[in-house]
Structure formats: structure tokens, C-alpha cells
Design a protein around this ligand. Structure first.
Ligand code: BJW
Length: 225
């Protein structure tokens, strides 16, 4: 039995109706990245950033997992702790697709983080109206999201799993953002086989042993079979 690490990006949720970032009609088109996805942007205009994530939160709550998420849920039931899903996505579609062991390296939009007491709370409503933290009652909640310049979550566990991996699969990510873009090289260093499933070749495509091109809702169920 082999250890598998799967990295997912916005492409796996595209067919659930959630926009990717870097496509022509993507999320960054109307929102300059430095305004909405940096701590400096949040300090400058918290209302704009909260509004951006309020809208994303509503869209995630309305979205449904697609056959790609569901296939990974089935794979996890089969492989148990030999499978680790690492997602850059802030939605909860892997979990609703049946996967329980998911590391959200860029945070979760359905979580609010208190900058005062460090507590995290599941959050489904707006953060714009200045709600107070249920733990310390201070008004200092922000979206529990990893912005540019901040340290992604769970890096120790992720690098540990990559060192033990026999197979690394990257699904629906452009390979434009580090450190996730470097995982394929870590997996290669650990002598894992590397496979890319994507609509089009990613930035690091040459580093993969194999690339299969097509929509995730087709390629992922085929891979899992
Ligand atoms: C389909 C499909 C379908 C479409 N089926 N596929 C040089 C070297 C190293 C680092 C840096 C560097 N220069 C700058 C940095 C740092 C920076 C960085 O990487 N910048 C780049 C722009 C160069 N990184 C950071 O700041 C990170 N922190 C950090 O590095 O800390 C220091 C550190 C050092 C060492 C170890 C550890 C840490 C933090 C990055 C935080 C990223 N945050 C964001 C926004 C917040 C989340 C949110 O709002 O949702 O995360 S940015 C955005 O990009 C989001 C995504 O998770 C991330 C990746 O995007 P993704 O998922 O790849 O989406 P797209 O749109 O780019 O691609 C979609 C893909 O899907 C495409 O390929 C399509 O083809 C495909 N697709 N439909 C299958 N149906």
C-alpha cells in the first residue's frame, strides 16, 4: 500500500460554481490582489476586505461538492490515513464530499480568527457588522485566511507527509503561489511519483512525471477508480 498526498487548488471547485483566481473572469480581475489578500490591504480598508470575504462565504455556503470532491471522499474511505488531502481552497467542499482528513493550508472562509485572543470560531454570517469574539468579547475578528506574506498553516505536517509520499497528485492549481508550488519538488526529492490533473498545464508542469488534461469532475473519478 502506498502513501498518497493530494494537493488541490481552485480548479477542483470551479465546477461547483466557485471562481478560480487567475482566469480571465477570475476573482482577481475585479479585486487587485494587494487590496484584498494582504495584511496591509486589510489594515488600509478592512470594510472592503470583509465585504470580499463575506461574498465568498455566501457563495461557498450555496455551493455543492462535485464528482471530483466526492471521488476523493471515496478514496479516503478506502485508504484511511495513507491519504492526506492538502487544499489551498478556503471552501469546505472536500469535507462535504466525504473527506475528513483535510489540511486547509490557506485557511477557511467559514472560520473567523480573533486577533486579540487567537480563538477560532465557525462563522457563517457577515464579519462586516463588527461582531465580537465569542471567547474574549473584543471586536477583533478577521477572516481565518492566509494572505500573501503570512505563513501558511500546517507546514510541518505537510512537509512530513511529503517526505513519506509514494505518490503526489496536484489537482486544479496553477502553481503560481508558494510554498504550495514547491511541493512537487519536495515529493520528487522523496522519490515519489508525481501526477498533475488540470484543465491546462501549470507553471511547474515539467516537474511532473505525468500530466492529464481535462476537467477535474472527469479526471479525478477516473484516477480514483
Ligand atoms: C481547472 C478547472 C477544472 C480551472 N478542472 N482544473 C518566490 C518564491 C517563494 C515565495 C514567494 C516568492 N515570491 C513571493 C513569494 C511569497 C508568496 C507567493 O507565492 N507569491 C507568488 C505570487 C509568487 N507566498 C506567500 O506569501 C505565502 N506565504 C509564504 O510564502 O510564507 C513564507 C514561507 C516560506 C517558506 C515556507 C513556508 C512559508 C502565502 C500565500 C497565501 C496565498 N493566499 C491566496 C488568497 C487567500 C485565500 C483566498 O482568498 O481564497 O490563496 S492567493 C490565491 O492563490 C489563493 C489560492 O489558494 C492560491 C493558489 O491559487 P490556485 O488554487 O492555484 O488558483 P488559480 O486560479 O491560480 O489556478 C486555478 C487552476 O485550476 C488553473 O491551473 C486552471 O487551469 C485550473 N482549472 N478549472 C481542473 N474544471
Amino acid at each position: 500500500m502506498q502513501n498518497i498526498v493530494i494537493l488541490t487548488g481552485a480548479g477542483i471547485s470551479a465546477e461547483s460554481g466557485l471562481k478560480t483566481f487567475r482566469a480571465e473572469d477570475g476573482l482577481w480581475e475585479n479585486h487587485p490582489v494587494e487590496e484584498v489578500a494582504t495584511p496591509e490591504g486589510f489594515a488600509r480598508d478592512p470594510d472592503l476586505v470583509q465585504r470580499f470575504y463575506d461574498e465568498r462565504r455566501m457563495r461557498v455556503l450555496a455551493a455543492q461538492p462535485n464528482p471530483a470532491h466526492e471521488a476523493l471522499g471515496r478514496l479516503e474511505r478506502e485508504l484511511g490515513d495513507r491519504l492526506l488531502i492538502v487544499t489551498q481552497n478556503i471552501d469546505d467542499l472536500h469535507e462535504r464530499g466525504g473527506a475528513g482528513r483535510v489540511l486547509h493550508m490557506h485557511g477557511e472562509v467559514l472560520s473567523a480568527w480573533c486577533q486579540r485572543c487567537d480563538a477560532r470560531h465557525r462563522w457563517e454570517r457577515s464579519l462586516r457588522d463588527g461582531p465580537s469574539c465569542p471567547s474574549c468579547e473584543m471586536v477583533s475578528l478577521r477572516p481565518d485566511i492566509v494572505w500573501f506574506g503570512e505563513m501558511p498553516y500546517q507546514m510541518g505536517r505537510i512537509f512530513g507527509a511529503l517526505e513519506q509520499a509514494d505518490l503526489f497528485v496536484s489537482i486544479g492549481t496553477s502553481g503560481a503561489v508558494y510554498p504550495a508550488a514547491a511541493f512537487v519538488q519536495h515529493a520528487r526529492d522523496a522519490r515519489a511519483r508525481t501526477l498533475e490533473l488540470n484543465l491546462e498545464r501549470s507553471a511547474g508542469s515539467a516537474l511532473f512525471d505525468e500530466t492529464r488534461l481535462g476537467p477535474a469532475s472527469k479526471l479525478v473519478p477516473q484516477f480514483v477508480q
